[in-house]
Design a protein around this ligand. Structure first.
Ligand code: 13P
Length: 252
């Protein structure tokens, strides 16, 4: 089964308007100029510059989206941003369940599932993040934790065209540490087997599973060559157009 690769950039809480537009423009120009587009590309700037970044990436083929959304459609939810509002801005998708949201905002699998469900209802693509902490890995609980996250966070109406899973070990995010290739392969294959139980083998076979956590130009080729790794969710290195592009260019 060959799955198309997705190179996704999560800018996190970085980027004022001018920097964000410059970064998005640089990435969009490179992608647009690419004759053989072997991979899809997604960037997720902060809410405040989504509009400007969506505009900068317009007609380039780069998919722009948010880093989070509300589980509600509208109403009395001060400070929240609904999937419909994101759709209205021209977003193609949204990341939900990032470990920083799970940790900083106490997001549970149930809440992540509700957010993903709301995003799908608004016809957005959804990247659902899962991943274990260092303590959980050291306690030998990685597959238990990741399995529970997949079963709890992925809506039962998820399809391969609309939902992407990102495996991001919390201890690899922003640390420069990455799991061994055998560890990455083990977890990705396990996630696919859990997806098969949840959604059926056909959807599981087609669904993209990204790896995230300290992906750099120097390690991307190896990570992206692993059989169940269908792309990367890149944090720090997505803030430099050249590094982000160098990662994308390792896609074979
Ligand atoms: P880093 O690439 O900075 O480790 O971040 C990964 C991440 O959290 C992407 O969502």
């Amino acid at each position: 089964m060959t799955r198309r690769k997705l190179i996704a950039g999560n800018w996190k809480m970085n980027g004022l308007k001018a920097d964000g537009i410059a970064l998005a423009t640089a990435v969009a120009e490179k992608y647009k100029a690419l004759e053989d587009k072997k991979f899809d590309m997604f960037i997720a700037p902060p809410f405040t510059i989504l509009d400007a970044v969506a505009d900068a990436a317009k007609n380039s083929g780069v998919w722009v989206g948010a880093q989070d959304c509300s589980q509600f459609e509208k109403g009395a939810h001060t400070g929240d941003v609904s999937p419909l509002m994101l759709k209205d801005l021209g977003c193609g998708g949204v990341i939900v369940g990032h470990s920083e949201r799970r940790a900083d905002h106490f997001e549970t699998n149930e809440l992540v599932n509700a957010k993903a469900t709301a995003a799908l209802a608004a016809d957005l693509g959804v990247i659902i993040c899962v991943g274990e902490t260092l303590a959980e890995r050291e306690a030998g609980k990685t597959l238990d934790v990741v399995g529970a996250q997949v079963r709890g966070s992925v809506p039962l109406n998820a399809t391969a065209g609309k939902v992407v899973i990102a495996y991001e070990p919390v201890w690899a995010i922003g640390t420069g540490k990455i799991p061994t290739t055998a560890e990455v392969e083990e977890v990705h294959a396990f996630i696919r087997s859990e997806l098969a139980k949840l959604l059926g083998q056909d959807i599981a076979d087609k669904m993209q599973i990204l790896y995230g956590g300290s992906v750099k130009p120097s390690n991307a080729a190896e990570l992206l060559s692993l059989s169940d790794v269908d792309g990367a969710l890149v944090g720090g290195a997505s803030l430099k157009a050249d590094d982000f592009w160098a990662i994308a260019e390792t896609v074979k």
